[in-house]
Design a protein around this ligand. Structure first.
Ligand SMILES: [Zn+2]
Length: 137
């Protein structure tokens, strides 16, 4: 698995296997999630894979009422909003993901700093089945 290229495709492949994998620069130690082939900090190109714990906290969020088609298929919409947020992982990397386990109809009750844990949501059936990374409060 360690010879996979450092890109979105590998990242999604790992998600399907239930792993959150990012890249770590061998030169300066900077982390990237999703992984990148070139370090954003020092432009080094020697990378290694690191598995993230999936523990994090909520940094910012939005309640989504005008939903994309894939989410409408899951039953979300004006009367059933969902939350998208910025999650800061324990490793110090930020990622945008869907937030679950929070009442999206009462965004005023949602607190920045809420601890979150990664979970994997299934979307679709058969060969087109996807595994999506979300964070549960
Ligand atoms: Zn670097």
């Amino acid at each position: 698995m360690n010879d996979r290229p450092f890109n979105e495709h590998s990242y999604e492949q790992f998600l399907r296997e239930g792993k959150i994998m990012g890249s770590k620069c061998k030169k300066c130690g900077a982390l990237a999630l999703p992984p990148r082939p070139i370090c954003v900090a020092c432009f080094g190109s020697q990378m290694e894979w690191v598995e993230f714990t999936g523990d994090g906290k909520l940094v910012a969020f939005t309640s989504i009422v005008v939903v994309p088609p894939a989410m409408a298929q899951e039953g979300f919409g004006r009367n059933h909003p969902y939350i998208t947020g910025v999650v800061e992982l324990r490793e110090g990397v930020k990622i945008v993901a869907r937030i679950t386990g929070i009442d999206a109809k009462k965004p005023e009750r949602i607190k920045v700093g809420t601890p979150l844990k990664a979970e994997f949501l299934q979307r679709g059936e058969g060969p087109g089945k996807e595994r999506i990374l979300a964070f549960k409060a």
